[in-house]
Design a protein. Sequence first.
Lengths: 611, 542
Amino acid sequence: MQTVALSVLLLPLLSAAATLFFLRKQGNVAALLSVATAGGILLLSLYLIFAGDGQPFSWDATWIRLSGWELRFGFLLDGASRLLLFVVSFVGFLIHVFSLGYMEDDEAKARYFGGLSIFMFSMLGITLADNLIMIFVFWELVGFSSYLLIAHYYSTDEAAQASKKAFIVNRVGDFGFLIGIVLTYWSFGTVNLLELADLSDFEPSLVSTALCLALACGFIGKSAQFPLHVWLPDAMAGPTPVSALIHAATMVAAGIYLLVRIDFLFTQQALSALALLGAGMGLYAGFCALVQRDIKKILAYSTLSQLGYMAAAFGLGMPGIALFHLMTHAFFKALMFLGSGSVIHACHHEQDVFNYGGLRGKMPLTAYTFLVGVLAISGVNFLSGYFSKDAILLTAFNLNLPVFIVLYAGAVLTAFYMFRLYFITFEGKPRSKKAEKAHESSLLMTVPLLILAALSIVGGYLSLFPVSIVGYLLPDVSEVAGMDNHLWMIIFGSFAWVTGLIGARALYGSVDQEDPLASKVPAFFTLCRSKLFFDEIYDFYVLRIQGPTARFLEVMELLFVSGLMVRGSAGIAGLFALLARVCYVGKIHAYAFWFVLGTLGFLAYAAYFRG
Amino acid sequence: MLDQILLLGSIAVPLAVSLSFFAGWVRDDEWVVKLACLGFGFPCVAGILLFIKFDGTVDGYCFEILYEKMGLQELGITFHLGLNGVSSPLFAMAGIVGLAAGLAAVFSGAKRLKLYLALLCFMQSGLMGLFASVDLFFYYLFHEFALIPTFIMIGLWGGRNRRGIALEITIYLTLGALVSLGGLVALNVMVDAPKFDFPTLSQALSDIALHDSTQAKIFGLLLLGFGILVALFPFHTWAPRGYEAAPTPVSMLHAGVLKKFGLYGLIQIGAPLLPEGALFWSPWLLWLALGNVLFVGMVTIAQGNLKSMVGYGSVMHMGYCFLGIGVCSSLGAGSAVMLMAAHGLSVSLMFLLSASIQRRSGTYEMGQMGGMAGKTPILACFFVAASLATIGLPGFGNFWGEFGVFLSLGEQPSHRIFLGLAALGIILSAVFGLRAVARIFFGPQSEELTAHENKNPIRDLGLTEALPAGLILAALLLLGLWPRGISDRINKEITDRYAKVDHATLSLFLPPCCPVPQGGEESNQTTPLQVSPPVVLEPEER
């Protein structure tokens, strides 16, 4: 079994290496190789999931050993990792196939598919890792592959800035994560997940709020939560399938997965803080999504908001529900991102939704599958999103009312901005030449959409899935099923999406190229557009604080360190030389003068000390 | 026997090549190049072979060569070569960087190529000898061998303002070398050992313990001298300016290899022989090293010139090595050795690629570049990899060293303030590393570059440039993916050598009469320690 686990991990790495060394010029071959690799990963992962009857499996080998510190490279395959392994390999494979169609005409296909393979390698590493340091290693590698893929269109300033921003902001989160890992090691004596679980069970006093909050910094960076959320919307500068794979379905979900992996380290205070943080993010990102014009940015903010829901579920003590939502979200959000990719491809890279319109007639498959995604995320009864989201809402309703109120407001908002997106894009009349000429995408792109749509519909019925995949979810799900107030929740939930639907229909049923919200409630619109000035704050920091500080320190260095100390000490020696030279002017009376002065000085000295 | 020949040859071959150039025996240009390739290639092959053959489970030195009767035995000086766990990775690193720098020099098309290569070969022989010496006299002598060509080459082939900078760097480094020599001699005199080599000294010191204040004084001398040589804050200003002015192969060899001399001295001699001295200076060292990481890190962000950015960046990362030494534990020192090996590779790769970029864009000013990735995808690929290696991305060797240093800083609660501050460096290095990538390779092509391109068409990296870069990158990847390859060779030596330091540190941070905690996986520390009352300054005090 470890052979299979190792090969599932190394397969994409080898594929990327082969692309780098031999296939740089043969884009088509590289693409096929990468897709074949993704297919292989899917098969091997299915083997890993079903082998061993769902029993936890672990394996490790020494990776580095230095004076008492031994780090082992190992795999831990339990319920949570089986689920994520399924999501990553399955959704990843579909997105690879979709990319074949989407990136058909791209010049740098080989680089793109090589990047995808590196990403798969890193993401599988996080999924399988059995200790925190190994997770950190692949964590950073995921950040790196995301950097590579965002920078795909590197010749635009936008991509150049966005890739840099994504990596640096992620590093800020990793800074806390790193410190958390070091502290974990020294308080527990190990970073192995199984040993940590045993120890925290055995010795609960070792668990501390500061420690788990430091570790949660990694989550905040990678899952783009407040206040490190600024990188995700910008990351949409990458190709659309990348946004689907990395910035919706898998990488950002890795943050939630990390929390689930170390849930035993969390104290009650830390959990409450995370619940509030997540709920707040769910609402805040909803407001941001409401006023965006770029189709991908709407989806990006929606992703932030849904990640907030997952964090809230985790904070409420239901890691299983968080993972449940992660899974259904991966289906419908990947579906919508790929759908938007299909639209963008058909409209020749037009991304402003107000330049679309009437696309349902031109590309029906894309439109109807997208509608399924919209219905699922809005929580329409009996679709996948309904089950996972209502489980979160119900838990909050029963356990923590303030969190529920914020989350519920977010749910109404979600339905509203999602239907807004749907109506503007697919209904009405085409509002630009590009939209008029749009036509349905090829089978390579629509078949993945259909598969994901099917999963978005039925993905909430856990009994349809083998126990090996969803085994981790079942205890928490049945706990929620046993809670009170189900009837209320059905009424609340239905009310939320119906309100969103009607509101969006009324406001955006027929629009032209201006956002009606801007003219109806301009103050609210401007406030949402500003996104509470986070981008401005970060820009201010970079331009007005970091830059000047760096230059100031450079000047200080020049002045004091190399100026005063180095040149200064040379200068003092020079000064003595200068003084000494005054005495040697080469004139006899000058020497006589110095001679007399010296004698007098000597006599004075002698007289003074004698008397 | 073959091993000994390899070890001796890695010093003698480049030296012989260099001397034959000086003596004027080689006139044919083609032979000059061939011989120079031999002079750089032999140490590289020998270094790698000896690294592979090195057995990390053996006590002390491997592949020893001892020649006692060279006329200096009265002074306790013998010709003694060998490799141990600390020196063997650095020896291999010196060989690899030397070959890369040598190839870069051979294909650089410099004027007076024969003299250039002769000096560089001379330097290479000194570098190999420095890590292979067991005897302190030769350790120091080989360092001077490598140092003197630096000055000459900066003066002759350097860039803007080369004379002034050559003078400044000469004064600075000679001063540093002098002070550290003072420390070494003081050590020898105080111990009164019969011989001037590492094993004898440590044997003598385990028999008689030096007084704590004596230890502190000697270690202070060593720290000051070696600190200047390694560009410890605030004695660092010579380094970026010197590297900016120096010809590329010299920058590579100096920043990559020669600068490790001081760290090597502190790890191999300073801390293990003078544990109390090291503990006394530990707070000072830690704060100054933070200066390297944070102050110099910020200054690096302000650099607009690519080569001086690389220079400042290398000074910044020296701070992590110092932190590893300053924390006074075997974990810290071992990580510092790993970081030294990886950093030597990565920084020389950065200098190499900077020169390749300069050849194409005609400038080192990053403001005048932009969008080069479209023209030179392979160069861009190398540069991105090198930058990410430098900023400690996992998968490259630097990560393990940096991570180990952070880990060692977390051991004692009173050091955790340094952990928090030093870890900020990972953000700073990401800022300047990625900013450089974005400014040089991403975005639209700049007007200056287009203007330059019209006169000199830009070609992608050819084989002659890709070969040395690929060599270094492969080594970095190997270190990153299979860290055990290096850590297993370091582990025993550093654990044994630092047993006293670990003991002293542990007893310092324990309240008296307290049992030793399990201390993570410190299984080698399970014997109860005889706790002595703390005799040195508390590290919280500045």
